[in-house]
Design a protein around this ligand. Sequence first.
Ligand SMILES: NC(=O)c1ccc[n+]([C@@H]2O[C@H](COP(=O)([O-])OP(=O)(O)OC[C@H]3O[C@@H](n4cnc5c(N)ncnc54)[C@H](OP(=O)(O)O)[C@@H]3O)[C@@H](O)[C@H]2O)c1
Length: 238
Amino acid sequence: MATNSGIGFEVVNQLLADGSFHVLLSARSAEKGQAAVAELKSRNLPGTVELLKLDVADERSIIAAAKLVEAEHGRLDALVNNAAISGSQGTIAEQMVECFRVAAVGAQMMGDYFAPLLKKSAGTPRIINVTSGAGSIGNRMDPKGFGNEFPAIPYRVSKSAMNMVFAGQHRGFEGDGFKVFLYGPGPTVSNLSPSNAPGPGMKPTSVGAKPIVEMVLGKRDIDAGRYVEYGYEGSFPW
Ligand SMILES: NC(=O)c1ccc[n+]([C@@H]2O[C@H](COP(=O)([O-])OP(=O)(O)OC[C@H]3O[C@@H](n4cnc5c(N)ncnc54)[C@H](OP(=O)(O)O)[C@@H]3O)[C@@H](O)[C@H]2O)c1
């Protein structure tokens, strides 16, 4: 499960290329989701994909989606919490709340409402939370910290909070055998913000998405239960 654009779209693309998955591509916009699914189907990859209409900021939408997945598939093997927004046009309070609702409240709700289906996984249940180095308090406190030229407070706060959601999922679900991941892709071309346009230091989505795919495939289980930031294996501050 991922989303209709950027890194999430590429995660679905790579999972379909692997061929061993039926992927539920989630999108809050039916139009964008249908376009993404049509594009992926046109590539004739060996895996299968369907649209799951879902707004991670809307609890009723998540509950309805979880019921649909239960009715149609009976289980879920891996959940990728990838949705985020970098900001909005509103007041500072509105921007804070909107970013927080998507990245932190969304990741918490998705984990909680899909956990019963993950517990029915045919293999190891997996949750991959896509965070950002922008949420690193240690990095922000460092005068030479990476990306500190961008204040982006609503986004940063939402990702710091997501990191704690991850910690709660890791501890909360370890008794059920879950592997829970926290991964920051680092600067990657996407639709997230104007600064995610192609340019120096920006990696393609294929590169930023690959570790997520490897986490889904069980190739990076050593990274479960810790924070992995692309390019800073094991050493990026919380
Ligand atoms: N790209 C980077 O440099 C970078 C760096 C660090 C971390 N990240 C993280 O990587 C993840 C993927 O972002 P991206 O860079 O690929 O940006 P993106 O292209 O903007 O993708 C974000 C996706 O999240 C979806 N989304 C937003 N709000 C949603 C909601 N309420 N419900 C469902 N879906 C929602 C968006 O859908 P819509 O099209 O409908 O808006 C979009 O498909 C994010 O968590 C981001 O914080 C990215």
